[in-house]
Unconditional design. Structure first.
Length: 131
């Protein structure tokens, strides 16, 4: 069973069903890793950073784990909390109030060109080959 084979990537739902039938945690020999197949198992792992640390990496590629090293995603415990505070601060209710005020009047004191809810980009045409 290979979740990264072409068939599994193109249509993963049958494979997911088979993995779930095998249990909440399934050993994948080819990748020398465990696949967690149920919400409760994933939640337990995410909440127990000492048993399931992210510090050593969160993807199956050592080079990419090196790139991600020491960022919020690949941190645990006190380091994760410290990094998360920096990332989460702009998302707090107080920050949203400040942001909405600054959208009403730009930093320069001028009215912004766009109103809230408007977009400056246009969607790609259905015939476009670029995403």
């Amino acid at each position: 069973m290979d979740p990264y084979a072409d068939d599994g990537l193109l249509d993963p739902w049958p494979l997911y069903g088979e993995l779930r039938k095998m249990g909440p945690a399934v050993w994948l020999d080819k990748y020398q890793m465990v696949a967690l197949t149920r919400y409760d198992a994933v939640l337990t792992a995410l909440r127990d950073w000492e048993a399931f640390p992210s510090t050593f990496g969160v993807v199956m590629n050592d080079d990419m784990n090196q790139v991600l090293a020491r960022n919020t995603l690949c941190s645990d415990g006190a380091a994760h909390k410290r990094l998360r505070r920096v990332v989460i601060r702009p998302l707090t209710p107080a920050a949203q109030i400040i942001a909405s005020r600054s959208r009403t009047r730009g930093r320069s004191g001028c009215r912004p060109t766009l109103r809230q809810g408007e977009a400056s980009a246009r969607p790609l045409s259905p015939n476009s080959s670029k995403l």
